[in-house]
Design a binder for this molecule. Structure first.
Ligand SMILES: [Zn+2]
Length: 270
């Protein structure tokens, strides 16, 4: 499967292209194990020998919305590589309150650092958008990382890309207007699922961009009035990606290009 471009051309994003997207979604549902591996940025960047060793041990699974993968202070027994699913990382406070602090799609994975360092998890992680993931035993990844310098380098570069994304989000929340931040989240969700239907509640979007739900409701109403999105309960349909891209802040492209630069297929060599 060819590596997909991080920035889609405007011809791919026209409203008339919805049926092509639907076909792509159907192809994703029927994809093979190796095609699933090629969709995840980390797995597609594995060296030939790491891929040959790990592929038989990666199992393709379907996750339902709300499935809990990790709890704080528990060991990470598995590493999860999203294929079409989107995972949500939650910070749990001492009084039990929780805040969703990160989302993870096919550009990344969860559990890598805890697995290779034999550490416990620091956050709760659950499925935000249902879909497919590839699962690998933490012990198996640790063994492979001990034996393979090129894999260790890839995993460290992945950690760096994650850190850069967290830093960019802090800067984005401080400097950029809420409208462009909402557009960024919608585009990121579409990239991760290859679907025009973004199954995120307005409350969730509000938490991720750090504003009140009513602010997000008003912004989505504005986008809907212009024919860029359509809203219904628990979902936002993207009707015009090109116009969404025209409104997004620089952080969208910066984060995407960091992942491509650090863990793109050709980026990692010994
Ligand atoms: Zn920004």
């Amino acid at each position: 499967m060819p590596v997909q471009s991080l920035t889609r051309s405007s011809s791919e994003t026209a409203m008339g292209d919805l049926s092509a997207r639907r076909r792509l979604r159907e192809e994703i549902l029927a994809m093979t194990h190796s095609e699933a591996m090629a969709r995840n940025y980390i797995l597609r960047a594995l060296s030939r020998s790491d891929r040959d060793s790990l592929a038989p041990e990666l199992t393709l699974q379907e996750l339902a919305s709300g499935d809990i993968l990790y709890e704080p202070e528990y060991p990470a027994d598995w590493v999860w590589f999203p294929v079409t699913a989107v995972l949500s990382v939650v910070t749990v406070m001492r009084d039990g309150r929780t805040v969703e602090s990160d989302t993870v799609g096919r550009e990344s994975a969860v559990g890598i650092l805890a697995s290779i360092s034999s550490a416990v998890c620091t956050s709760r992680t659950f499925t935000q958008i249902p879909g497919q993931v590839l699962r690998l035993s933490a012990a198996r990844l640790r063994r492979q990382a001990n034996d393979s310098p090129v894999l260790r380098k890839l995993l460290m570069r992945h950690a760096l890309a994650n850190l850069a994304q967290a830093h960019q989000s802090v800067a984005c929340n401080a400097l950029h207007d809420v409208g462009s931040r909402v557009c960024r989240w919608l585009l990121m969700s579409q990239d991760r699922t290859d679907s025009d239907i973004v199954r995120l509640t307005q409350q969730y979007l509000a938490t991720m961009v750090g504003v009140q739900r009513t602010t997000v409701t008003a912004l989505l109403a504005e986008l809907a009035e212009e024919g860029i999105v359509a809203r219904s309960r628990g979902r936002v349909d993207i009707l015009d990606r090109a116009r969404l891209e025209a409104r997004v802040c620089e952080c969208y492209e910066t984060v995407q290009s960091n992942y491509e630069r650090l863990i793109g297929v050709a980026a990692v060599t010994v």
